[in-house]
Design a protein around this ligand. Structure first.
Ligand SMILES: [Zn+2]
Ligand SMILES: [Zn+2]
Length: 423
């Protein structure tokens, strides 16, 4: 038997309802904030990700699904959404109609990671980006939107970490101070960090190796290096969030390694998830569009890991609602009643009801058992005697009550019946 690829799990019908509910809430909240959905292809030219995510990052160096297609082009399955979204923003000149463009993408991302708890090779993200404005109000609204979303999903115990990582004006001095410090502690760093030190030193801040984390704990922090405009920007973001009563902690270790990131960075953490505890995060990346060949374009966004959100909800932090009974099961007594039942089911579905009929020739008892299993609110029983009398039996599956109804009134009754009441 051929099995699925490790780290790329199936989402089965009994689980997909959770995903649909999660995404329905996201679409609703994103719509309220003026975000429109965009759908980009699952693959792009490899160069887009190499430039948009950055050489020297783990994603580009170790994790991309890159392949040559039959035309000899190098393509890559998207490992994240932002580069694709910015590519689409430029290609379709989305900024021409609105100075501030807000859009989101929901879909799978692909990374060749070592499968472990909380990490998948195909995983799903909700990605939102606000493009075109450098102002701190956009940063505050983006964080507030994410906060609203997590709240709408019923997540509890989530904390917000916030930082400013400066801009091309003030970051080089910080970077130099950090490099000087790291050089002085070089012997204590892990082999990966030795490479980072020459290629992308600020990535050392993200290293999970304990020895490196201890060294990082004593490193100079960005706050002292921020220039006045960056300090003002950060202060305004924080003041606006305070005004919305969105509590946050300034975390000076929250530094993104890449040069195109600027100013605000943020992460929402769920301590209950253990080592992979960031459920969502993002930041401003005013330099990215230029990096992939466009004009200077300020932008900020975030990505939410859907698997992490569902894991947080499964961790018992949210109340489960009792499954409810809905819809209609049309049961038949005798094969000759089947064509009428088949027709009735189609009619009920056209009227907007969830409706089922037995397609396997089971006994009436077997059909009613299935109706219970499917949690149908009502059953309609059609038998040849009843059909001859122009009647059907309507059964309330919760109370067990049943009564004869003229066949011509069945659809009308069922479409008008409140879910809880019968007769
Ligand atoms: Zn390290
Ligand atoms: Zn600055």
């Amino acid at each position: 038997m051929i099995k699925g690829v490790k780290g790329a799990p199936d989402i089965l019908p009994e689980e997909s309802g959770k995903w649909q509910a999660l995404e329905a809430v996201a679409r609703d909240v994103l719509d309220r904030y003026g975000y429109g959905e965009i759908r980009t292809p699952a693959f792009e030219h490899t160069e887009l990700f190499v430039r948009g995510i950055g050489e020297g990052t783990d994603i580009v160096e170790k994790e991309m699904y890159t392949f040559e297609d039959r035309g000899g082009e190098s393509l890559t399955l998207r490992p994240e959404a932002t580069a694709s979204l910015m590519r689409a923003y430029m290609e379709h000149n989305l900024g021409a109609k609105n100075s501030l463009v807000k859009f989101y993408l929901i879909g799978p991302m692909f990374r060749h990671e070592r499968p472990q708890s909380g990490r998948f090779r195909q995983f799903h993200q909700i990605d939102a980006e606000a493009v075109g404005s450098p102002g701190p109000a956009v940063d505050a609204e983006v964080v507030a939107l994410l906060h609203h979303l997590l709240d709408a999903w019923g997540l509890q115990g989530i904390s917000l970490h916030l930082n400013s990582i400066g801009d091309p004006n003030c970051r080089p001095a910080y970077r130099q101070a950090f490099v000087d410090y790291a050089e002085a502690h070089r012997s204590g760093l892990c082999p990966d960090c030795h490479v980072r030190l020459t290629k992308n030193p600020l990535r050392i801040l993200d290293c999970k190796v304990q020895a490196c984390q201890q060294i990082v704990a004593g490193a100079p922090t960005i706050a002292a290096y921020l220039c006045a405009p960056c300090r003002d920007h950060f202060a305004t973001v924080r003041r606006l969030l305070d005004g919305l009563k969105i509590g946050h902690t300034v975390n000076e270790r929250l530094v993104r390694g890449l040069d195109y990131y600027t100013r605000t960075t943020f992460e929402f953490l769920n301590p209950a998830l253990g080592s992979q505890n960031a459920v969502a995060g993002g930041g401003r990346y005013d330099g990215l569009v230029e990096e992939i060949g466009g004009p200077p374009t300020p932008a900020i966004g975030f990505a939410i890991g859907e698997e992490r959100i569902l894991a947080s909800l499964a961790a018992g932090q949210v109340r489960q609602e009792a499954p409810s009974y809905t819809g209609v099961y049309v049961a038949t007594a005798g094969a000759e009643a089947f064509p009428a039942a088949f027709d009735l089911v189609q009619t009920l579905r056209r009227y907007g009801l969830r409706a089922a009929v037995d397609l396997e020739g089971r006994s009436l008892k077997g059909q009613l058992r299935q109706a219970n299993k499917d949690r149908c609110r009502y059953s309609v029983i059609l038998g040849s005697d009843e059909l001859a009398r122009g009647e059907a039996t309507l059964k309330d599956m919760v109370s067990g009550e049943q009564r004869a109804v003229p066949l011509g009134e069945v659809v009308d009754r069922l479409t008008r019946l409140p879910e809880r009441e019968f007769v």
